[in-house]
Write a protein that binds this ligand. Structure first.
Ligand code: 3HC
Length: 623
C-alpha cells in the first residue's frame, strides 16, 4: 500500500488499483482529499499493471460532500471539477464503491466515475440546496443525463436522499453488492475488464434529456408554488437543468459554475451554512460528555391524548417504541387514538407507509384511563394543558406510581420546570421535553434542563431527540424558553406595527417574502388565538386578540382569525371587518398613524428576535 498523502492511499489488488479515502468523520472533500484523489487516479493510469480503478472510503460513509468549512477560504489545490474530469477521462474504468451517504460533491465524484456500485443500505443525494447553493461540480449536468430530468430536478430542489433499491431502478447505480464492499467492488472492476465493458461517461448520455421540454419546466416551477420564497438556490437549480437540456455539456458546466459561485457568495447561503454548523453545535452539551451512560428507553408513557400528546406519541411509535397513552375520559381517549390512526392512514394513502406499517405502529400503542399503567415506563411525558397546580398534582402522582430511574418529563411551553420538579421526591429525574405543534412533524425539540436535572437525564434526552429524528436543543428555565420567547418578541413588535398603521397582512407578507414559512399573524391563527385566553378575563375593549376571540374568530380551526380561511383549501383571505377593527384599535392606542415601509417592518420584526436571542445567551438560557 502506498500513502498518497495523509488522507488518501493507493493499493494494487491484482490488476485493480484501489484508491482509498480516509478523512474522518465524513470523508469531506478537503484539499488533501481532492489532491490525493487526483494524484492517485493519475498514478493508477500511468501504472502498466493496473487495468481498472476502484474508489472507496474508510469509516462510516463514502464522501459526504465538499468540505463546507473551506467555503469561506481562498481556493487551494486541485479544484473539485478538475478531479472529477480526471476520473471521467481516465483511460482505465473507474468504479465508485459507495456506502453510508454519498452526498453533494461525493455523489458528483461518483457521477464522474464510469460505474457505481453500492451496499444495500447506502443512500444518495445532492443536498446542496439546503446550504443555499447548488451542485457545483457537474451534478446539475450529469444527474439529469443519468436518471432523467424530472427525478433529478426533484432530488436537487428538495435535497432529499434516495435509498439503494430506488437508485438501482433509476440507473443511478449499476449494482447493489452485499458483504465486503471493497472486495466486491474489486471483483466487479475485474469483471468490467474481462467483459471489455465500454467506459460509460455520463457526460455523453443524452437520451434522458428529452423530457426537459419548456412545458415541463413551466409545470415544475408552478408545482413549487411559494415554497421557495426568499431562497434563490432552487430557481437557479432549475435554470442549470434547463441549461443541461439546451446547451452542450461544457457550456452547461460553465453555466453551473457561475451560478454556484454567485450563490456561494449570497447572504442566504452564508446564513444556511452557519445554521448547518450551529445545529450540530447545539447537539453538544458543554458539561455532559459522551462518557455519560444513557438510561435505556424501551417504553414511553404519554399523559394526554390531545393534539400534543397524540403527536408526541407518534414520534415514538414511528421508531418502534411501545407507548402507553393516558386520558381521564374514554371519549377523549378514543378521539385521540382515532386522530393518530387517521394521520397514519393519510400518510399511507400517499404511499409513504404500507397498511402493515400502520397496523404495526397502532399495535405498539396502549390507550388507558389508568395512570397506574405508567408504572413500568422508562420515560413519561406529561402533555396536559398549561396549569401549574394541575401539573404539580400529576407529577406528585407520577412520583408514587412510576418505577425509580424513569425520566419524568413535562411538555410545558412556558412553565417553570423547577417548580414542577418540586412536586416529586426525585427532581433529578425531571426535565422538560418541549415539542412544537404538530409534534409529529416539527423538528425542533427543546430539552429544558431544570436546576436538579441529572446529567444522564440530559444525555438520554438529547440522544432520544436524535433517535426520533428531532433537532434537540438544550435550554434553561425561563418564560417561553428559547423558541417561544423569541417569537413573542417578534409578535410584540408586529402588534406595535399594526398600532402605528400597518395591517397584519403587510407584516406577514414582508416576513414571508424574506423567507419565513409563515408571518406572525398567520402563525397566531394556526396556533389558535385562544391559547391562554379565557372568556371570563377577556379584555376585548383594549386587546385586539381578545376582541377576535370574543367574536368567535379563534384562528384557522374556527375558519377565521386575523384572516378568513377557505374551509376546503385553507387558503387565507383578508376580511374588511378585521381591517376596520385594526384601524379602530390603532386609533385607541393613541399612537400617531403613518405609512410604514416594508424595510421598517422587516427590521423591527427581525431585530427584536435578534435582541431577545442575545438576552437569552447573556442569561445562559441557551449555550
Ligand atoms: N463539510 C465539513 N464538515 C462536515 C460536512 C461537510 N460536508 N458534513 C458533516 N460534517 C461534520 C459535521 O459538522 C460534524 O462535525 P462535528 O462532529 O465537529 O460537529 C461531523 O461532520 C458529523 O456530522 P453529523 O453530526 O451531521 O453526522 P451524522 O452522522 O448525523 O450525518 C451526514 C452525516 C449525513 C453526512 C451529515 O453530516 C450531512 O448531511 N452533511 C452535509 C452533507 C452535505 O451537505 N453535502 C454537500 C456539501 S456542499 C457540496 O458538496 C458542494 C459541491 O456540489 C461542490
Amino acid at each position: 500500500m502506498t500513502k498518497v498523502n495523509d488522507v488518501v492511499d493507493l493499493e494494487t489488488r491484482g490488476n485493480v488499483a484501489v484508491v482509498r479515502v480516509n478523512n474522518p468523520p465524513v470523508n469531506a472533500l478537503s484539499r488533501g482529499v481532492r489532491d490525493g484523489l487526483y494524484e492517485a487516479v493519475t498514478k493508477a493510469n500511468a501504472d502498466g499493471n493496473v487495468q481498472a480503478i476502484v474508489l472507496v472510503c474508510a469509516g462510516k460513509t463514502f464522501i459526504a460532500g465538499a468540505d463546507i468549512r473551506e467555503f469561506g477560504l481562498p481556493p487551494e489545490g486541485q479544484p473539485l471539477p478538475a478531479v472529477i474530469d480526471a476520473i471521467e477521462n481516465s483511460k482505465k474504468p473507474v468504479v465508485a464503491a459507495l456506502h453510508g451517504t454519498a452526498l453533494g460533491g461525493g455523489l458528483e465524484v461518483a457521477l464522474g466515475s464510469h460505474f457505481r456500485v453500492a451496499l444495500p443500505n447506502a443512500r444518495f443525494g445532492l443536498p446542496e440546496v439546503k446550504l443555499g447553493i447548488l451542485p457545483g461540480a457537474g451534478g446539475t449536468q450529469r444527474l439529469p443525463r443519468l436518471i432523467g430530468v424530472s427525478r433529478a430536478l426533484e432530488l436537487m430542489v428538495s435535497g432529499d436522499q434516495v435509498a439503494a433499491p430506488e437508485a438501482l431502478k433509476l440507473g443511478l447505480i449499476d449494482a447493489v453488492l452485499e458483504g465486503d464492499l471493497e472486495a466486491q467492488a474489486v471483483a466487479y472492476a475485474q469483471s468490467v475488464v474481462t467483459e471489455k465493458k465500454p467506459l460509460r461517461k455520463v457526460r455523453d448520455l443524452t437520451d434522458k434529456l428529452a423530457e426537459g421540454t419548456p412545458d415541463f419546466f413551466a409545470k415544475f416551477r408552478k408545482s413549487q408554488g411559494k415554497k421557495n420564497r426568499g431562497f434563490p438556490a432552487p430557481e437557479k437549480i432549475v435554470q442549470c437543468v434547463e441549461a443541461a437540456v439546451s446547451k452542450s455539456f461544457d457550456d452547461g458546466i460553465k453555466f453551473e459554475r457561475e451560478a454556484f459561485s454567485a450563490l456561494r457568495a449570497s447572504p442566504e447561503s452564508k446564513a444556511q451554512r452557519y445554521y448547518f454548523f450551529a445545529e450540530r453545535e447545539a447537539a453538544k452539551v458543554s458539561d455532559v460528555g459522551d462518557d455519560v451512560t444513557k438510561r435505556p428507553i424501551k417504553k414511553v408513557g404519554v399523559i394526554g391524548a390531545g393534539t400534543m400528546g397524540g403527536g408526541i406519541a407518534m414520534n415514538f411509535l414511528n421508531v418502534g417504541t411501545p407507548v402507553v397513552i393516558i386520558e381521564t375520559k374514554q371519549e377523549a381517549l378514543d378521539r385521540g387514538v382515532k386522530v393518530i390512526r387517521t394521520n397514519y392512514e393519510r400518510t399511507a394513502s400517499k404511499g409513504k407507509l404500507t397498511a402493515a406499517d400502520v397496523e404495526k405502529r397502532m399495535g405498539l400503542l396502549t390507550p388507558s384511563l389508568q395512570i397506574e399503567q405508567l408504572a413500568d415506563c422508562d420515560l413519561v411525558i406529561e402533555a396536559i394543558f398549561e396549569n401549574m397546580a394541575i401539573k404539580k398534582e400529576v407529577f406528585g402522582k407520577l412520583d408514587t406510581i412510576v418505577k425509580q430511574g424513569a425520566i419524568l418529563a413535562s411538555n410545558t411551553s412556558y412553565l417553570d420546570v423547577n417548580e414542577i420538579a418540586s412536586a416529586t421526591k426525585r427532581p433529578q429525574d425531571v426535565i422538560g421535553l418541549h415539542f412544537f405543534s404538530p409534534a409529529n412533524v416539527m423538528k425542533l425539540l427543546e430539552i429544558v434542563r431544570g436546576k436538579d436535572s441529572a446529567k444522564d437525564v440530559v444525555a438520554t434526552s438529547m440522544a432520544l431527540g436524535k433517535t426520533i429524528a428531532k433537532v434537540p436543543v438544550l435550554v434553561g428555565v425561563c418564560h417561553g424558553f428559547v423558541g417561544n420567547r423569541m417569537l413573542a418578541a417578534r409578535r410584540d413588535q408586529a402588534m406595535s406595527l399594526i398600532e402605528e398603521g400597518a395591517m397584519p397582512w403587510d407584516v406577514d407578507r414582508v416576513l414571508e417574502d424574506f423567507g419565513m414559512p409563515m408571518g406572525s399573524f398567520a402563525m397566531g391563527d394556526l396556533a389558535g388565538l385562544d391559547i391562554g385566553w379565557s372568556a371570563e378575563t377577556s379584555r376585548g375593549e383594549t386587546v385586539l386578540r381578545d376582541k377576535l376571540c370574543e367574536l368567535g374568530r379563534r384562528g384557522q380551526k374556527t375558519g377565521a382569525g386575523y384572516y378568513n380561511y377557505d374551509p376546503q383549501t385553507r387558503a387565507r383571505s383578508v376580511d374588511p371587518t378585521v381591517e376596520a377593527l385594526v384601524k379602530e384599535f390603532a386609533k385607541k392606542s393613541g399612537k400617531p398613524q403613518r405609512q410604514i415601509s416594508d424595510q421598517e417592518i422587516l427590521e423591527r420584526c427581525l431585530y427584536s428576535m435578534v435582541n431577545e436571542g442575545a438576552k437569552i445567551l447573556e442569561e445562559g438560557i441557551a449555550q
